[in-house]
Design a protein around this ligand. Sequence first.
Ligand SMILES: Nc1ncnc2c1ncn2[C@@H]1O[C@H](COP(=O)(O)OP(=O)(O)O)[C@@H](O)[C@H]1O
Ligand SMILES: [Mg+2]
Length: 578
Amino acid sequence: MTLRALVPYFRRHPAKLVSGIGSIALAAAIGLVAPLLVGNAVDALRDAASAERLLRYGVLLVGVVALQGLFTFAQRWILVGLSRDIEFELRNDYFEHLERLPLSFYQESTTGDLMARGTNDLQAVRMLCGPAIMYGSNTLFTATGALFFMARIEGRLTLLALATMPLVAVATQVFGSKIHVLFERVQEQFSTLSTRVQENLAGVRVVRAYAREESEQATFRTANDEYVERNRHLIRWTAAFHPMLQGLVGVGFVAVLWYGGLQVTRGVITVGEFVSFNFFLSKLVWPMIAIGWVINLVQRGSASLARILKVLETEPAVRDQGTLAALPEIRGRVVFRDMEFAWEEATPVLRGIDLEVPAGATVALVGRTGAGKSTLLSLIPRLVEPPRDRLFIDGVDVRSLPLAQLRATIAAVPQETFLFSTTLGANIALGRPDATETEIEAVARAAGLEQELEELPDGLATRIGERGITLSGGQKQRVALARALLRRPRILLLDDCLSAVDTATEERILGHLRREFEGRTVFLVSHRVSAVRGADQIVVLDRGRIVERGRHDELLAAGGAYSELARLQRLEEELEAV
Ligand SMILES: Nc1ncnc2c1ncn2[C@@H]1O[C@H](COP(=O)(O)OP(=O)(O)O)[C@@H](O)[C@H]1O
Ligand SMILES: [Mg+2]
């Protein structure tokens, strides 16, 4: 069952759980004393009790109520606090897990949906861990106690008072499940709505560029309308629920007044007992209503918990497993041996790749879009899991290397970079938060950001907006490059990372980089011959296979695909020069 997943969380707070429920029991027990006291006081009137005796009842009553108040305070304080603790831990676990999930998971789920799980659903689970337990156990204790005393006063009257109970149970069930379904629909629409907002904020440039503001507003309004409409529907049912329960309870009271009054006149019970009985009965009203509410909370909470668990139970794709062989030091020799790889079964993306890159060498990969260059690079730091015994670093299967060591050795600059909404300097220092200002500045210059350092208002301390929205594509790419250089990796993976800067700038930056490349193994993907000509080895990929390899002049002389690419680019340059 879903709810079992909460057990470990409660286990961590045994003292709070026990003292919380203990307070509920005490508050309920003390609360049951009051009706007995009132009953006794009324019966004392019949015996013409002294004013002094009545005062004593009054003082006792005040004392009892005050004590009950104290424990009611304690139960709330402890149990609501407990639910906040569990919410805190669950939220941490959720976020921690999101950080480790496979990339494919993010292709299948929307950000809005994941946000809804982390906010609304988490809230529903908290209600389950705090209020539901609190009202649930209060109901249990109070109802049991009240029924016990009622039965002692008059058995048949108690049965009569309870006659409407089955109706209450049925109504709760019917309304409860309807409300549950409606709540789910509300939640679903909230996800849709969040997704729309999230995408619009992230894609604000595209929305503006295509003049989609109005139509996006319209779509949003429709979705928002739908959200409100679903909420209204839900409200209609929840609003009808309470009055109906109270009505049923009222019927019980009327029956008790009639039959109980009769029993008093017959002398079966005293007036005092009758008064106590009515007080006990009124103590049952809230528990009866609370039952429905608690059932709702439990249903919502477990539905929400299931949604959260679905994420928590998704396996992180790549993780350390099997026997690990941490190397004292990674030097950076990378070998692919007959590598076969497919994203989806039956469509191989890499086929029979044999490639040996000595430590410190630069290998360039060229080939059309979709040839498999990015896929090849993403296997090295195990962003996706390569098959066993196909990819080796310093002679060790990458799958045997501890992930932490592997990734500390490698820095990758992806085709599409991501910047965080903080300062330029903090973005560069992402992989090495301890780096000094001087170090950051040095790599920024090496990555060709010298002009930006001078022109940006606060230099490295300039905030660059969400996802670096204030920077151009080429600037973002250079920030990403600086970020990778700062890590001083043994293996550097550059995936077409200067595609958005012009050829002249790229050449200038690559000039700086030659020095940075020394002593590092570099994988350089580019579609420009000018960028790759200096590489120790150039590999031409086509549809997942290596079709040519060699140095620049060797490949030119061979007259294959590479020389054809070089010829076309020379032609282009000449045309541009005209
Ligand atoms: N995350 C992914 N999931 C499924 N297929 C992918 C994924 N990434 C790339 N592919 C597919 O793998 C093939 C090679 O893509 P890629 O390695 O990006 O080529 P390149 O970088 O040479 O342009 C393409 O057919 C592409 O559709
Ligand atoms: Mg690519």
